[in-house]
Design a protein around this ligand. Structure first.
Ligand code: T4K
Length: 379
């Protein structure tokens, strides 16, 4: 067992920590909940949160939901998809699970070796008469090549729904990337760049679609006694909405802190041979949601898993997002498109990636220790 003084910090250093401002800020919202006596079911704070969020993200139609996974489930259902959906294996399991819950079949397509996003040049060859949509993910919040994806979708009459779980408040050439495709779904989980404890939002193209989503997230109710469709319960409660409203007030401050930490890590790690990064184009106003590095064992001298274990031994708990690949999981590996031979890039990157501790309150002196520790591991 390691002695505490061998640790980089007495307290565990996690991959992420939620940003928690002064408790009194949340208490003020709790007082409102107590006054309103509304705990859930489209209460006043949920309404306020949805309105503020849509304005802040510059999207006309947004529906808040209780988590991102249910957001994906509902968005997919609303689009009325059938058959096969082209998607990426390099994501969190919720991406593929949301298809299965809708009785759809994921068709995995390999990723781009630079960005880690679905490789648009490989999409067309995966399209068959059974394909009805493409479900790309803006991995780590770095935008997909939407132009190519949407050109292909148009040519083959497919829908595009973006899993934008990581892409809160990201713009490309000054425009919100949530405007892209037929729909986008955000996650506001506690580990995300912006949080409502659990939560998420669906961005839809028209008021009609938004209204349909709003019914589906409330069991399918239209009014008090009539049910229009097989809905689900994906309502955001007032405590979540309150947390989200509080977080909205701190967006620019947390973004600034994240950017400073991102630059700090980058300057400390960029010259280490055998470590590379997922580049972010100058056209992107990034949200600095994660700090993933790629460890090239043949150059760095140690494997990603070795670095992960060594850091864990000194109380630094990194995560291998996104390892294992969705396509490698027992429940998915029998799909024809899940064969490792057809997903060489995704398999390679999943074995290289390590997400370093990255959150607004992480002190630079702690990040400096992590950087030095990684440097010392190089052979
Ligand atoms: N699509 C994509 C591409 C996604 O990444 C996700 C979610 C979704 C869809 C679905 O959205 P949601 O339905 O979740 O809204 C986490 C999250 O649970 C998950 O939301 C997220 N992606 C995924 C990438 O990561 P875990 O299992 O890695 O989280 P956990 O609990 O191990 O937390 C990581 C570290 O964060 C902990 O070691 C400590 C710290 N932590 C965590 C929590 C929850 C805290 O300090 N405080 C906390 O409250 O899945």
């Amino acid at each position: 067992m390691k002695m505490e003084n061998e640790h980089l910090s007495e307290e565990p250093i996690y991959v992420t920590r939620p940003y928690l401002p002064d408790l009194n800020e949340y208490v003020q919202y709790l007082e409102k909940i107590w006054e309103n006596k509304y705990l859930t079911n489209w209460g006043p704070l949920a309404r306020e949160f949805e309105k503020e969020l849509a304005a802040m993200l510059d999207v006309p139609y947004l529906s808040i939901v209780s988590n991102g996974t249910l957001g994906l489930l509902i968005a997919i259902k609303v689009l009325g998809l059938h058959g096969d959906i082209i998607t990426t294996p390099y994501s969190f399991v919720a991406t593929a699970h949301s298809l299965i819950w809708n009785q759809l079949t994921p068709v995995f397509v390999d990723i781009d070796p630079v960005t880690g996003n679905i490789n648009p040049d490989l999409i067309e060859q995966a399209i068959t008469p059974a394909t009805s949509a493409i479900l790309p993910v803006h991995i780590y919040g770095v935008p997909c090549d939407h132009k190519k994806i949407e050109e292909i979708a148009k040519k083959h009459n497919l829908k595009v729904i973006y899993d934008a779980a990581h892409a809160f408040n990201v713009t490309y050439k000054g425009e919100s990337i949530l405007h892209w495709g037929d729909m986008s779904v955000l996650s506001f989980h506690a580990t995300k760049v912006f949080s409502s404890i659990e939560g998420g939002a669906i961005i839809s193209p028209t008021l009609e679609v938004k209204q349909k989503i709003d019914r589906l997230k409330n069991f399918g109710f239209v009014g008090e006694v009539s049910i229009e469709d097989i809905g689900i319960n994906a309502k955001m409660n007032e405590f979540q909405a309150a947390f989200g409203l509080m977080q909205l007030k701190h967006i620019s401050e947390t973004k600034q802190k994240r950017k400073a930490l991102y630059d700090f890590y980058m300057s400390g790690l960029k010259d280490i041979e055998g470590i590379s990064f997922f580049p972010v184009s100058d056209d992107v106003d990034y949200n600095y949601s994660y700090f993933p590095i790629r460890i090239h064992e043949e150059i760095f001298g140690r494997s990603r898993d070795k670095v992960y274990e060594e850091l864990k031994n000194v109380n630094v708990h990194t995560r291998r997002y996104f390892y294992p690949l969705i396509s490698s999981l027992e429940i998915y590996r029998d799909y024809d498109s899940a064969r490792p031979e057809v997903l060489p890039v995704a398999n390679e990157i999943a074995n290289q990636v390590l997400c370093l501790p990255f959150f607004p309150d992480l002190e630079h002196k702690t990040a400096a220790k992590i950087i030095s520790f990684i440097k010392a591991l190089k052979w």
